[in-house]
Design a protein around this ligand. Sequence first.
Ligand SMILES: [Zn+2]
Length: 241
Amino acid sequence: MTITKESYKNINYCLHCGNKMQIITYRENKLRCRCTNCGWTFYKNPIPAAACVIFNEKNELLVIKRKFEPNAGEWALPSGYIEIYQTPEEAAVSEMKEETGLDGEVIQFLDYYSGYSPIYEKVISFGFLMRILGGTLKAGDDAAEAKFVSFEKLPPLAFDSHNHYINLYKNIIKLLTNTGIYDVISHTESTQPSALIDVKNPQIIKAKPLKDGDAKPRIYSLMAMTAGLPNSNLNRALGRK
Ligand SMILES: [Zn+2]
């Protein structure tokens, strides 16, 4: 795959000096869009974004109805483009606050997803599992609605990246509950996990010993499920390369 003229079709004038831009073969033999006057080069890169997977105490997922393009009027995870001064984690926290009114923090990075964007051609989304710390649920400025829904009632989500994070999450839950050993009770508990599990086999890596009368070990968060596992194991478990 290589960059083509199509990627520069709306780039006409230099952002530095205002002169005409020109598509030329530049370093590494790649097509670049450069200013004919000052030499400023426009690089066509994917735009980074952050998305939030947020559960309440009933294990319902937080979704928002988008107010603005792209995909206005459709449902999605709270998400947005990463500002120049933000890390992906900081962007996730601020998008959560802006779109849902809830204060939160990152529990765990889930995965990234490189997908098509009707506006920017390519967006790289970073998906995070978030924990609610406080605040009141209220649709923010760029959301028309914000609500918790069960997996069964989940409306179609606008972005492939968001569906990817949800499917990833569902697959991990399925793998773990299929072992018959673990109940998934809450993804929002901050309690220390009761067990670490190798989802590849799956097998228990480390678990608190049970005493007589103890309830079955319970999974408190995705962190509990994946903590300490090399990503390659997790990827294999989920059938990915
Ligand atoms: Zn210029």
